[in-house]
Write a protein that binds this ligand. Structure first.
Ligand code: HEM
Length: 485
């Protein structure tokens, strides 16, 4: 027998084609539970979209350790070669709204949830190893300047570049974003980075500062401005379609995870601040150490339930992994779970995609909107009823601190400024990529209406590399002269 259509409370529905009316031509009846429930339910389908990274795609898979790293971290899921851990990964663009297009020039999110036996570990990174700013107090202003203007309702070059004019540390990330990797061809063809410095601590208590690099095994592929315009015109969902269809076809994308490890004692005297998110650690200083393989092999069954309602938080750590003093990371340790309590409610950690899988959440938090509840268990601690109790075993290593409270700009180390790595990146590029970089930046910067804002920005590129600045200045001047003519 075929299944019976029911109301939310399980009662059979007699007619799902015609509303109940007062007579054949009459107005509709408020007693029509099926109609009222269906319309009311429909009105409530939307929830607030993520304030950033609203547009995204997700998939399940696993992480497998391929190389011994247990001497660096006591994290159980990294403890032995061959060990596999289930994961969920959500990719995203940053600035666009939920319904925006995929193939835009924008960083991509790379948010990974490891369902480990010691709880979920979230690594919420991007496809860029660096970021625009280095203090979280600037993040709301930064995002406001990149999204739609409150008056015109469109993204304004004036706002984007005005923010960057006041934020010289952005020069490195701008150089990255307007270079060839700025528009990935798909989510499968880009790398992922933890970006921040994190802490690893071994069983013996030895601590390291660590940076994560997920290198795509599909090869890095990108679109140039013309190709992206073509894709955007033809298919708003190009990244989602590519990821979903690849997995459906059994072509499972994979990444190789490497880390860079810095002994903690080396941080203080490193030539630049190793906790500065606008900088990379050169591989010559800290070479890549191979860790394992990430494979995505399963599409979610329901995009809303599993992708839209997924929640990643940089402060979901497991024993053996911890935070660093990176101020941006410190801000993020607060921001995500707070955003999710607003976006999804206090019990979002009980949703299947967010709940631990290889272990169980056991604590004394209770109630709140839509609580599933924890049965008859006592709701206070300590108790005499064998309730869950603390381990007395620190997750991460203590970090030694010194100084006075205050609002500081991060102190410069011996070889430290906001520009030198932007210059190094520029000089690393091929002649062709330099040319495209100049054209991409100039095309956008030339749209700015105020000369002082253009000049402030040009000064940053001059500071990064004299040729870079000069070429950009000439390209902007040419475009602006053309506009006037
Ligand atoms: C202080 C700086 C930052 C703040 C305050 C911040 C805040 C946020 C917030 C509130 C969300 C939405 C969370 C949600 O509703 O679930 C979000 C999403 C996200 N952020 Fe950040 N963010 C910052 C910097 C960064 C950086 C540096 C990265 C990468 C290295 C990053 C990567 C992401 C990703 C990947 C997502 C989407 C996660 C998902 O797929 O659900 N953010 N951010």
């Amino acid at each position: 027998m075929s299944k019976i259509l029911t109301t939310e409370s399980g009662a059979p529905i007699a007619d799902n084609q015609n509303s109940a009316s007062a007579g054949e031509y009459g107005p509709l009846l408020i007693q029509d539970q099926q109609l009222i429930e269906k319309l009311a339910r429909f009105n409530r389908e939307r929830i607030p979209e993520r304030v950033v990274h609203a547009r995204g795609s997700g998939a399940y898979g696993y992480f497998e350790v391929t190389d011994e790293v247990s001497q660096y971290t006591k994290a159980d899921f990294l403890s032995a070669v061959g060990k596999r851990t289930d994961v969920f990964l959500r990719f995203s663009t940053v600035a666009g709204a939920l319904g925006s297009s995929d193939a835009v020039r924008d960083p991509r999110g790379f948010a990974l949830k490891f369902y480990t036996a010691e709880g979920n570990y979230d690594l919420v990174g991007n496809n860029t190893p660096v970021f625009f700013i280095k203090d979280p107090i600037k993040f709301p202003d930064f995002i406001h300047s990149q999204k739609r203007d409150p008056y015109t309702g469109i993204q304004e070059a004036d706002n984007v570049w005005d923010f960057w004019a006041h934020s010289p540390a952005s020069t490195h990330q701008i150089t990255w974003l307007f270079g060839d990797r700025g528009i990935p061809a798909s989510y499968r063809h880009m790398n992922g980075y933890g970006s921040h410095t994190y802490q690893w601590v071994s069983e013996t208590g030895e601590a390291f500062w660590v940076k994560y690099h997920f290198k795509t095994n599909q090869g890095v592929r990108s679109l140039d401005g013309n190709q992206s315009a073509e894709v955007l015109g033809a298919d708003a969902d190009s990244h989602q379609r590519d990821l979903h269809q690849a997995i459906e076809r059994g072509v499972f994308p994979s990444w190789t995870l490497y880390v860079q490890l810095m002994p903690v004692a080396e941080a203080a005297n490193y030539r630049f601040n190793p906790f500065d998110l606008t900088k990379v650690w050169p591989h010559a200083d800290y070479p890549l150490v191979k860790v394992g393989r990430l494979v995505l092999n399963q599409n979610p069954d329901n995009v809303f339930a599993e992708v839209e309602q997924s929640a990643f938080s940089p402060n979901n750590f497991v024993p053996g992994i911890g935070a660093s003093p990176d101020k941006m990371l410190q801000g993020r340790l607060f921001a995500y779970a707070d955003a999710q309590r607003y976006r999804l409610g206090v019990n979002h950690t009980q949703l299947a995609v967010n709940a631990p899988r290889a272990t169980k959440a056991e604590n004394y938090g209770q109630d709140g909107l839509s609580a599933v509840g924890r049965g008859r268990a006592k709701n206070y601690e300590p108790n005499s009823y064998d309730g869950p109790a603390q381990t007395d075993s620190a997750l991460a290593a203590p970090v030694r601190l010194d100084g006075y409270t205050g609002t500081y700009t991060t102190p410069a180390h011996t070889k430290d400024d906001d520009f030198f790595q932007a210059g190094e990146l520029y000089r690393l590029m091929s002649a062709g990529e330099q040319e495209r970089l100049i054209n991409n930046i100039a095309g956008f910067l030339a749209q700015v209406s105020r000369d002082d804002v253009v000049e402030k920005n040009l000064a940053h590129f001059h500071a990064a590399d004299e040729t870079y600045g000069a070429r950009l200045e000439a390209a902007v001047a040419k475009l602006r002269a053309g506009d006037e003519g």
